[in-house]
Design a protein around this ligand. Structure first.
Ligand code: HEC
Ligand code: HEC
Ligand code: HEC
Ligand code: HEC
Ligand code: HEC
Ligand code: HEC
Ligand code: HEC
Ligand code: HEC
Ligand code: HEC
Ligand code: HEC
Length: 327
């Protein structure tokens, strides 16, 4: 009695003549592309070339000419271990001889550890991803590998071969973040105006240079500055009078970057409670609170006028003309 795999490959062999005929029609585009390619020759090192896969794996082969990884087949210039199907799955001679099977080919991804998947992909992609510090990223350290986010053969996104549309893909694991982008005020990621990857590099990042002592949070960094400034350029400065936390601690000291009940995405419902987290006089012996200036005695917080600090301190992110950010 043959095992289940044996039955299946026997069935595939039996069906081959029929499949070949019915497939010819809708395989035409792929075959047209193929016609320009010299047939790959077996090398004696176990590589058989990608053409050997097309009869049994027609469903994978047929759309493959649209895949960016088809380039290595089209160019015909790469070494066998860097060409086409075997560039990822390894030399397939034994697999073809055996008529298939999951254990007869060196790299069956469904049986591989995250680390082995990472190493397989980085064999070619180390250079693209070198700026992402990928081996030390939170994702890698938590066994989230390339194939958690990318789908080589079944991607619904033409660009970047993502497993799903980006935000939905991220939400499958980051369920709490979905709620944050559903707040009354938010960056419009779900509406398609921006993406998680405008602010985060899902591959990883180095420690940010713009805000000391914080965890990297896999932030995108262009010119070693926070990604917020890419869009909010008026906050970039440098200002003659800096408001220290903007540059030193970063935008997220006062803002929730994803979403908030406050219409300016503040972390507190009203402005003065944000300010009073620092300008509050706790631990203070004189006029400054460990370097943070106190409000003057002329500010009377019982007077509602003083409660909206930014009606007077309008240039709260920094000013070129006033040390108190009044203009
Ligand atoms: C860039 C690397 C890469 C290349 C090139 C590649 N594959 Fe795959 N293949 C994978 C990964 C990763 C999986 C695991 C499933 C997934 O993520 O889509 C996979 C899965 C498969 C499967 C399992 C069935 C399935 O639908 O997932 C088969 C069969 C397969 N590949 C055959 C091929 C053939 C044939 C080619 C050449 C036409 C090829 N692969 C080229 C990476 C690759
Ligand atoms: C004679 C038919 C045949 C040929 C030729 C063939 N395969 Fe397969 N392949 C199979 C069968 C059958 C399976 C087992 C499928 C299963 O058990 O689900 C398989 C499984 C695989 C898998 C593992 C799929 C998984 O479940 O993750 C990969 C990868 C694969 N083949 C790649 C290739 C590549 C690359 C080539 C060409 C170099 C190739 N195959 C040529 C029949 C074939
Ligand atoms: C946590 C999800 C995630 C993981 C894990 C991941 N990627 Fe990506 N990758 C993405 C997203 C999202 C994009 C699209 C980025 C954009 O929109 O700019 C992308 C883009 C890419 C690109 C094209 C753009 C570029 O940055 O060069 C390549 C190549 C790539 N990934 C390869 C890989 C490889 C190889 C691995 C594993 C070593 C991997 N990715 C792991 C989510 C991921
Ligand atoms: C044999 C070398 C090789 C291997 C192994 C390989 N890739 Fe690629 N990959 C390439 C090449 C070449 C391109 C096309 C780059 C281009 O378009 O210039 C590419 C393109 C991509 C892209 C699309 C980038 C874009 O801009 O749309 C993604 C995503 C990607 N690879 C992910 C992976 C993942 C995930 C793996 C592991 C499962 C992997 N690659 C394994 C060589 C490889
Ligand atoms: C406008 C820029 C921006 C966008 C867009 C964005 N993020 Fe963030 N995200 C941040 C910043 C900044 C932090 C760090 C917050 C902090 O340290 O208080 C962060 C933190 C996180 C964290 C860590 C939270 C924690 O408490 O540890 C996760 C997970 C995350 N983001 C996922 C996502 C996902 C998923 C998306 C897309 C659906 C996304 N982000 C879109 C800026 C952004
Ligand atoms: C397969 C599950 C998975 C997917 C998909 C995924 N993540 Fe993650 N992500 C994790 C895990 C696990 C961690 C580490 C533990 C934690 O912080 O929850 C993490 C951590 C993070 C962090 C926090 C890093 C830190 O320093 O605290 C950010 C930011 C993040 N992911 C963004 C994204 C973005 C953006 C996407 C989509 C492009 C994405 N993730 C897709 C599982 C995933
Ligand atoms: C890709 C561009 C982009 C990036 C990156 C970006 N923003 Fe925004 N931001 C916007 C746009 C556009 C709006 C307008 C609100 C909308 O989308 O409806 C906005 C709105 C805001 C608002 C609310 C202002 C208002 O008046 O509605 C704040 C606060 C804010 N962003 C802070 C940040 C912070 C902090 C970061 C970095 C963590 C950041 N932004 C990164 C594009 C961006
Ligand atoms: C010290 C706290 C604080 C820090 C740090 C901070 N902000 Fe703000 N931000 C505020 C306050 C308070 C408001 C609301 C002003 C008002 O009431 O109109 C605001 C409003 C905004 C707005 C909307 C109104 C406008 O001026 O355009 C944007 C956009 C914004 N901040 C972006 C940023 C960015 C980007 C950073 C980091 C470079 C940052 N903020 C850092 C406190 C802060
Ligand atoms: C995370 C802590 C923090 C928060 C929140 C914060 N500040 Fe500041 N602020 C500082 C520090 C530190 C300085 C002093 C910088 C220095 O000495 O150069 C400062 C300086 C100032 C100054 C200039 C005072 C002077 O004597 O130079 C004003 C005015 C001010 N902040 C107002 C505000 C207002 C209004 C808010 C709320 C929207 C606010 N700050 C939120 C930490 C904070
Ligand atoms: C009605 C306008 C107005 C409002 C509202 C206001 N301030 Fe001021 N604030 C000023 C002026 C004017 C100064 C300049 C210094 C002075 O008058 O002594 C100042 C100075 C400051 C200073 C620097 C004090 C010093 O001596 O270095 C801080 C800190 C400050 N304000 C914080 C706040 C906070 C926090 C709020 C909200 C709770 C707030 N201000 C609301 C007008 C205002």
């Amino acid at each position: 009695m043959p095992g289940a795999a044996g039955w299946r490959s026997a069935a595939i062999r039996m069906l081959q003549p029929i499949r070949m005929r019915t497939l010819t029609l809708w395989l035409l585009p792929a075959w047209a592309a193929l016609a320009q390619v010299p047939p790959a020759t077996p090398t004696g090192s176990g590589y058989v070339g990608s053409n050997a896969c097309k009869t049994c794996h027609a469903d994978i082969w047929q759309p493959f000419f649209k895949n960016p990884h088809y380039k290595s087949i089209a160019s015909g210039k790469e070494s066998p271990e860097h060409t086409g199907c075997e560039g990822c799955h390894g030399p397939a001679q034994a697999h073809v001889t055996a008529g298939g099977g999951k254990n007869t080919i060196p790299r069956t991804f469904s049986l591989m550890s995250p680390e082995r998947i990472l190493n397989t992909c980085l064999d070619c992609h180390a250079k693209d991803l070198s700026r992402a510090n990928i081996r030390r990223s939170e994702h890698t350290l938590n066994d989230v590998a390339c194939t958690s986010c990318h789908s080589i053969h079944h991607s619904p996104t033409p660009k970047f071969l993502l497993a799903k549309q980006q935000n939905e893909m991220c939400y499958t694991c980051h369920t709490d973040v979905r709620g944050q982008f559903a707040m009354p005020h938010k960056h419009r990621v779900n509406e398609g105006f921006m993406q998680c990857s405008d602010c985060h590099n899902p591959h990883g990042s180095f420690d940010p240079t713009w805000s000391m002592g914080q965890r990297p949070r896999m932030m995108q960094q262009a010119n070693t500055e926070t990604p917020c400034l890419k869009c909010h350029i008026d906050k970039r400065g440098p200002f003659v009078f800096e408001h220290a936390p903007v540059r030193v601690e970063g935008c997220e000291t006062c803002h929730f970057p994803h979403g908030s009940t406050n219409d300016r995405l503040l972390k507190r419902p009203v402005v003065f409670t944000v300010c009073l987290e620092c300008h509050n006089g706790a631990d203070d012996l004189g006029t400054r609170n460990n370097g943070v200036p106190l409000q003057t005695s002329r500010h009377n917080l019982f007077d509602p006028k003083f409660q909206k600090c930014t009606t007077c301190h309008v240039m709260i992110h920094g000013s070129n003309s006033d040390p108190y950010f009044l203009r």
